[in-house]
Design a binder for this molecule. Structure first.
Ligand SMILES: *[C@@H]1O[C@H](CO)[C@@H](O)[C@H](O)[C@H]1NC(C)=O
Ligand SMILES: *[C@@H]1O[C@H](CO)[C@@H](O)[C@H](O)[C@H]1NC(C)=O
Ligand SMILES: *[C@@H]1O[C@H](CO)[C@@H](O)[C@H](O)[C@H]1NC(C)=O
Ligand SMILES: *[C@@H]1O[C@H](CO)[C@@H](O)[C@H](O)[C@H]1NC(C)=O
Ligand SMILES: *[C@@H]1O[C@H](CO)[C@@H](O)[C@H](O)[C@H]1NC(C)=O
Ligand SMILES: *[C@@H]1O[C@H](CO)[C@@H](O)[C@H](O)[C@H]1NC(C)=O
Ligand SMILES: *[C@@H]1O[C@H](CO)[C@@H](O)[C@H](O)[C@H]1NC(C)=O
Ligand SMILES: *[C@@H]1O[C@H](CO)[C@@H](O)[C@H](O)[C@H]1NC(C)=O
Ligand SMILES: *[C@@H]1O[C@H](CO)[C@@H](O)[C@H](O)[C@H]1NC(C)=O
Ligand SMILES: *[C@@H]1O[C@H](CO)[C@@H](O)[C@H](O)[C@H]1NC(C)=O
Length: 452
């Protein structure tokens, strides 16, 4: 009777946990802002540095204040609508994608006459006389946590047919930021206190004549992307490997989209990878049941008396993508007490006061900061060592598995919680520590055989 009652309670709390996990994961896919980075934004600062006979010269800088979301190749695209009949005489460190109709100009032809110019960064290797500081990285911007020294991108623009005083000049409207797809929404440009610049020798401070700020925020919901990443789970105490949910990021469909994926052992692999779509970076996925470009595997590897150990493996299934500067955000209650982390960088994220169950992980420079294309080398691994808090630690109810994982800022699809590997029920409490060495060895062997 007693054990019956016990299992009922266990079952109930398990389903409560399931419910909680479910509501979390459904909530995140529709929310308009990111709960793990509530103030994350990209701020565009527009500093007017000097007036010209018919306008002004401005330095425009984009600061990526997002903790973990970066902009990767092929980079950002910035657009706006002029308030009057402004033109761009010239640019440094960036260019507009189209010149537009400059036919009414004779002699000096502007760089761009469009009412709604679209600007892109220049590529690395641009001649020095066309560069300014923080430019020319092909539109790639790193995240604030990962590399603040590369989290900004700048260009200089010389605007004509504009106002030439702080009373006649007009703020551009309708800023659009693409990275390069949709997802960002930009607010109106606001006049703010002029930026102050300190000279290199720190002996003089100059200031902009006028400064406007625009704030852009990201929403995965707006980006309307299909998921790009999924999570699989395993543990030493149960030989079940819970794979990513089937069709987590799409389905293999031979009828409507033949060739949407390619088998790893296909004789046509090489020709498919270099086939049409190679230049446009169209993803070419290895055929899997989940069809995700990225899989994150969380393996509960070892149990010590006061510690436990997890192995994380990130695998790339896209034959046409090298992920530079990749990052992972992981939420698990034991991150408040992480003891050691091997071969990844780590920073605790505290989106709210007192909440420190979230960590950002990323690769070590020149070692594993590049997650290479699908294939035998297309994975990175790390192990985490947590100290147990005896009052909360348990292998039951899926507690040892992550609550959520983001790869490059995108929410990864988790397996349904009721499929998580279970602790064999006969060894609920004391048996674990008794049987630990045997179980551990057995499990490592199983894991090695099954997974390597
Ligand atoms: C943008 O991010 C910065 C840095 O985190 C923050 O100080 C600022 O308040 C944010 N702006 C908005 C409008 O959220
Ligand atoms: C314009 O400049 C004048 C004098 O330099 C200053 O008093 C005024 O506040 C400025 N207006 C704006 C909108 O910056
Ligand atoms: C800005 O966008 C709004 C709504 O999309 C539009 O009504 C307005 O005309 C645009 N303004 C300019 C200057 O293009
Ligand atoms: C404007 O943006 C700059 C750089 O992002 C920031 O330092 C400054 O605080 C912002 N000003 C306001 C009023 O938000
Ligand atoms: C698609 O084709 C592959 C290989 O030909 C096959 O293994 C797979 O089952 C097919 N999928 C569907 C949905 O028919
Ligand atoms: C990925 O990087 C490797 C090594 O730097 C390179 O050989 C390969 O062509 C790259 N693949 C893609 C798709 O960019
Ligand atoms: C996490 O937060 C708790 C309570 O707010 C605090 O006691 C603990 O030291 C924090 N841990 C870390 C690693 O910051
Ligand atoms: C980590 O856990 C141990 C054991 O419960 C505890 O003594 C220690 O204070 C914890 N450290 C933090 C930072 O929470
Ligand atoms: C392992 O976990 C699965 C759930 O994923 C469960 O069905 C199975 O019974 C567990 N195995 C043991 C030995 O407890
Ligand atoms: C363990 O599970 C088996 C079958 O799943 C069940 O018959 C047995 O009563 C369970 N034992 C305990 C102690 O809950």
């Amino acid at each position: 009777m007693k054990s019956f009652n016990g299992s009922i309670t266990k079952l109930t709390s398990f389903s409560i946990l399931l419910l909680f996990l479910f509501s979390c994961s459904t909530f995140t896919s529709t929310e308009a802002y990111d709960a793990l980075d509530p103030t994350g934004n990209i701020t565009i600062k527009w500093d007017i540095m000097s007036w010209t006979p018919d306008g002004y010269v401005a330095v425009v800088t984009m600061f990526n204040f997002q903790q973990y979301r970066h902009i990767q190749a092929p980079g950002w695209t910035l657009g706006w609508a002029w308030a009057k009949k402004e033109v761009i005489w010239s640019m440094m460190g960036a260019q507009t994608t189209e010149q537009g109709d400059c036919s009414k100009y004779k002699g000096n032809i502007p760089h761009c006459c469009k009412k709604d110019p679209t600007v892109v960064d220049l590529l690395p290797g641009t001649p020095y006389n066309q560069q300014i500081a923080n430019c020319c990285k092909g539109g790639v911007i790193n995240s604030w946590v990962q590399d603040p020294s590369n989290a900004a991108s700048s260009f200089q623009v010389s605007v004509g047919a504009a106002g030439t005083t702080n009373k006649t000049v007009r703020v551009p409207r309708n800023f659009t930021l693409k990275a390069p797809g949709p997802g960002y929404t930009c607010g109106p440009a606001k006049i703010v206190r002029p930026t102050k610049f300190v000279t290199a020798d720190k002996r003089r401070v100059t200031q902009a004549l006028m400064t406007w700020n625009v704030t852009c925020t990201y929403s995965q919901f707006l980006a309307q992307k299909t998921p790009t990443c999924c999570v699989s789970l395993s543990s030493f105490y149960n030989q079940t490997i819970v794979n990513c949910p089937t069709c987590a990021c799409g389905c293999q469909n031979n009828l409507t989209a033949p060739g949407s994926c390619v088998n790893a052992n296909s004789p046509y692999l090489a020709s498919a990878v270099s086939g049409p779509g190679q230049s446009s970076n169209t993803p070419l996925l290895q055929c899997t049941s989940h069809m995700c470009p990225i899989r994150v595997h969380w393996h509960v590897k070892l149990n010590y008396k006061e510690y436990w150990r997890v192995k994380i493996t990130i695998t790339n299934f896209n034959y046409r993508m090298n992920y530079t500067q990749w990052n992972l955000v992981v939420q698990h209650p034991n991150f408040d007490n992480i003891t050691q982390l091997f071969s990844f960088n780590y920073k605790s994220l505290t989106p709210y006061e007192g909440l420190n169950d979230t960590a950002m992980l990323w690769g070590v420079k020149f070692y594993n900061d590049l997650l290479t294309e699908a294939g035998p080398l297309g994975n990175v691994q790390s192990e985490l060592l947590f100290q147990k808090d005896m009052s909360t630690f348990t292998f039951e109810k899926g507690w040892a598995f992550p609550r959520r994982i983001y790869f490059n800022g995108d929410n990864c699809v988790m397996p349904p919680p009721d499929s998580y590997p279970w602790l064999p029920n006969l060894s609920s409490k004391p048996v674990i520590s008794l049987r630990r060495p045997f179980m551990t060895i057995l499990a490592s062997i199983i894991f090695l055989l099954a997974y390597v």
